[in-house]
Ligand binder design. Structure first.
Ligand code: ADP
Ligand code: ADP
Length: 229
């Protein structure tokens, strides 16, 4: 499971201004597709349509072959996990934040979930040893650390489809590079859509789709795009 398809999707927030002008996009199971392009190209709009915050005016979006209009909100939420640009954490422990609202989620429970999600090493690499902070109240984390916690929180839900919506763009460049590395390792072999500004941050995507003014301007691997330009 974890197959996403956009078929000739069109959309505008206002009837007289089309933002997406016929998007075709396929994310095969277990692959990473990056959507890059300048600000205003329509990248976030794509992800909002996938979450059904809005309906396409034409075309359709399929998850595992099913038109998402025929999927319940509950199963859509189960299928999709997003790491947004500015993750908001609860003013609480890392453990609580990773458990995400499951009050009193203990270390055992979280570690069990981490094993299940095959990200145990990642959890163990959390700042200052996550175990030490699990019981501590009051988060004093850097932006990069916060983003790692947010990534872990999303991964622990183990969604078949992961979306990273410019998940590193709010960070300084050194932190960004470190988180990119983390992203690469966790997104590999999972169906994932990585939304990014710059080509340089999505080098190892299986496919890069360049969006410009609501159209797919180019698509290919990083090497193919470099060769053409
Ligand atoms: P990107 O993520 O590539 O920066 P967006 O999808 O956020 O692009 O925006 C694409 C276009 O849609 C922009 O021109 C933006 O101004 C417009 N837009 C985004 N959100 C809204 C909205 N809620 N209402 C009207 N226009 C919007
Ligand atoms: P859940 O109840 O499954 O934990 P959340 O409370 O995390 O869901 O979020 C509510 C819904 O809004 C989810 O489907 C989530 O992925 C989605 N969502 C949150 N932030 C964004 C965003 N920036 N863009 C698109 N969807 C988002």
């Amino acid at each position: 499971a974890g197959h996403v398809r956009f078929e000739d999707v069109r959309f505008g927030y206002d009837p007289d201004r089309e933002i997406l002008k016929g998007i075709d996009l396929e994310v095969k199971p277990g692959t990473m597709v990056a959507v890059v392009g300048p600000s205003g190209a329509g990248k976030s709009t794509l992800s909002r349509l996938l979450f059904r915050f809005y309906e396409p005016t034409a075309g359709r979006i399929l998850i595992d072959g099913q038109d998402i209009r025929r999927v319940t909100q509950a199963s859509l939420r189960q299928a999709l996990g997003i790491v947004p640009q500015d993750s908001v954490l609860f003013n609480d422990t890392i453990g609580y934040n990773i458990g995400y609202g499951r009050d009193g989620a203990g270390q055992d429970e979280i570690e069990g979930a981490a094993k299940g999600a095959a990200i145990h090493d990642f959890i163990a690499s959390l700042p200052q040893g996550y175990a030490a902070q699990v019981g501590e109240r009051g988060l004093k984390l850097s932006g990069g650390e916060k983003q790692r916690v947010a990534i872990a929180r999303t991964l622990l839900k183990n969604p078949p489809i992961l979306i990273f919506d410019e998940a590193t763009s709010a960070l300084d460049s050194r932190t960004e590079a470190a988180i990119q590395e983390t992203l690469r390792s966790v997104a590999a072999r999972r169906t994932s859509i990585v939304i990014a500004h710059r080509l340089s941050t999505v080098i190892d995507a299986d496919q890069i789709v360049v969006l410009n003014e609501g159209r797919v301007a180019e698509r290919g691997t990083h090497a193919e795009l470099l060769r053409r330009n």
